[in-house]
Design a protein. Structure first.
Length: 117
């Protein structure tokens, strides 16, 4: 932006100095350096974060392709065997009932006679 000054019969056009070169140059330059430093730190952090995310994604992909991880041996509790035997007994009872139902259905299909219950 131009600034006009009248010096006698002549009008002098003088260009203003940029804001960072005016008075208090040191403080303004320090402010600019600080802003540049913070900006470069943010760009660096984004770059490093992107690299870490890429490395982590490739590592996890490698682990999955390598196969299932071995399961840890779980600690057995005293009631676990009893509970497992009860569950097995219930499963066998349910399986027996299911087999009986399936055999009745098979019988009905082979005889073509409706069974009354």
């Amino acid at each position: 932006m131009l600034h006009r000054k009248v010096a006698g019969p002549l009008t002098v056009h003088k260009e203003e100095a940029p804001w960072y070169e005016e008075r208090c140059r040191t403080l303004k330059k320090l402010l600019l350096v600080g802003v540049a430093f913070v900006g470069s730190c943010l760009v660096g952090a984004l770059f490093v974060g992107g690299l870490l995310a890429l490395a982590l994604a490739s590592f996890r992909s490698y682990q999955r392709s390598k196969g299932q991880r071995l399961l840890r041996k779980r600690k057995e509790y005293p009631y676990q065997t009893e509970l497992q035997s009860v569950v097995n007994a219930l499963m066998t009872t349910e399986e027996i009932q299911k087999d009986e139902r399936e055999s009745r259905i098979d019988y009905n299909l082979t005889t073509d006679a409706p069974e009354k219950e």
